[in-house]
Design a protein around this ligand. Sequence first.
Ligand code: ATP
Length: 310
Amino acid sequence: MSTPHADAETATIPAVPAPLPPPPPPAPPAAGASTDVPRLGPATSVDPGAPDRLAEIEARDITAWFGDHKVLDRVSLTMAAGGITALIGPSGCGKSTFLRILNRMHELVPSAKLAGEVLLDGEDIYDPGKRLIDARRSIGMVFQKPNPFPAMSIRENVLAGLKLTGTRMRRTDKDALVEACLVKGGLWNEVKDRLDAPGGGLSGGQQQRLCIARSLAIRPRVLLMDEPCSALDPTSTRVIEETMLELAQEVTIVIVTHNMQQAARVSDQCAFFLASQGQPGVIVEHGDTTAMFQSPQDSRTCDYVNGRFG
Ligand SMILES: Nc1ncnc2c1ncn2[C@@H]1O[C@H](COP(=O)(O)OP(=O)(O)OP(=O)(O)O)[C@@H](O)[C@H]1O
């Protein structure tokens, strides 16, 4: 275990999110845009023709506490732009905490503290000059349990993030955005004839894809997914995995999963977290997923990926 950070280096982070900023001005349509494939929004958006939107996210020396309980110790990891990075490891080793730190959700817990840096394309999202809302816009999140707004229509669900961020758009642009996001989320064909039906009326797998579509509507550069398939049947899981593989061309994805087959199927990079008895979580090994599964360097990784513990 590395040396704990000095108290002076830690920051108690505020529990109350910053107020929402005024809506950003709409960007002009991209020149030469194809009319066949709907785009995610009226701007350059997360389309494959805009590789500059693909962002690397790097965690540097992250240490995290809940009260006095240190749960992560000096964790560093670079998650490549346009890749899928899987975070694996036994229960309680800090994977979800690490994921929530990547988009400043850790600070929603009143006792939470944090040291270290999270760089989105080289810029620290915790810099005091940076707005919380910008981090949340750039780095979206999909949770373990699908959480659409049940009484809102499918259409309203997709647009909900825009409302929260105060973004205004013309009706026709909204329609295009709803379609684009539902296509990207792999749900369009199943719901295109009932966009005004309540989101709560969809199956679990469909609800999760609706949540993916909702998170895409604010055009994130990184999408965090915390066990997104753990509440789903194998067929829905397969559809979400296919959706992830397509999205990875447009948005950097970081997924927490307990399912080793899933990590092997979808990710190109993998990080194995472990918390020894009474110790905070650390990354034991990370790198190319195939190499980690076929020839792990650490015997604990080997035991974990082969199901011998966890
Ligand atoms: N809100 C919280 N308040 C206090 N302690 C917490 C909180 N959330 C998580 N913890 C503690 O932090 C540690 C890491 O939890 P975390 O959920 O990040 O692990 P995990 O690897 O994602 O686990 P799992 O795979 O079971 O979801 C655990 O000891 C957990 O009890």
